[in-house]
Design a protein around this ligand. Sequence first.
Ligand code: PLP
Length: 443
Amino acid sequence: MTEKSPDAPAFDYRFDTLKVRGAYNPDEHNHAFSVPIYQTASYEMGDAARGERLFRQEELGFLYTRVGNPTVDVLEKRVAQLDGAVAAIALASGMAAVSHSILNLADAGDHIVSSPYLYGGTFDLFKSILPRYGITVDIAPSLAEEDLQKLIKPTTKALFIESIANPTGYVADIAALAKLAHRNNIPLIVDNTFATPYLIRPIEHGADIVVYSATKGLGGHGSIIAGLILEAGTFDYGNGKFPQFTDKGYTLRDRNDVYRGFLEVFPKTPFTARARLALLNYLGAALGPFDAYLALLGIETLSERIEKQLANTRALIDWLQDNEHVLWVDYASLPESPNYELASRYAPKGSGTIFTFGFKGSIEEQEAFINATRLFSYQVNVGDAKSLIVNNAKTTHSELPPEEQKAADLPPETVRLSIGLEDPRDLIDDLEQAFAVVFGTRG
Ligand code: PLP
């Protein structure tokens, strides 16, 4: 909500302190120790003079919850601190975060370059929805620099990737791709949903914009739909390619009615300021304060949850790798993975709590296996405290035609597991009994 850096406690607290206390000072909130839920649509402006100051951006304060809310503000600033960002804006969903990050950079006639390894909803937005509004997206055949560079043209306004891809778990070379983007005078947007800032902090590696679905690991309990956009504060939006940040408008006029632009009024945080005042304000995908509160509660245990989920993930992978009903297990942190070096460099604690395996058998047997699980829940979500299973080719990525599923390394035998906080022995027992239902043997 404000132009200044996130509030106290300052950046020098470490990750685990910030995740429970960051950006919140009880003295400023009637000494409430838990972040209050400011369940209000609007705010008293006081008197007409203050109203004018607020509308001319001379005083930064809350006006209307669609554009800013004190509970949501703590979430925004806390996640910004965890990621080392200068500012953040929360939105009603991860898809709102993805779409707003693009719409803030690209107008009709503009172009985006992206990765083949994307969440199915993002892929569909890129291929089917944005082109209807004049924004075209080229999906590269791989994340190799030469493949991406070939697609960049004068109208290209961003490079969009996932740090740990959904569902393949591929880890991107963020630093190399940031350099590539910057050589072309465009920002790198990184969807860091699968990693969370506990596993990867993309801004440290050169990313300019980070987006999250906080629905997943950040929130961590499968109870909310929420998203965030973060900005590194280092990209030059005045480089001539992004007139939307320099064009002067009446909305940002000063006291003498001189028109101003976003870069001029918000020099440190132009991206999130524009995403809020020009997009969220008029497209309206605001996050409600109660959902922001639940996200904050979830983030309080982020490190502890992810650590235990990583240990569970490793236990499940060890067991599946030795199973006769399994064709392959794809997890970038496995030494035999072609992605191992990148995983070790960017996600040394582990490449996430979600992985895929190839089911050895027919599609009917795969479906019977999924139906036979009792503890794993059959859901399209990931990052819950409870373990989830899904057949991506027929669900989360079913909008991709077979050739695009192939390009995304998503064969029909793929089963995705999102590992929760249960006792790993119960999770293994569950898969064992499900294999036995289908094949008569436990694998
Ligand atoms: N980004 C990734 C990597 C996702 O996996 C998802 C959802 O699965 C999204 C974005 C969209 O998030 P939401 O469901 O919160 O809109």
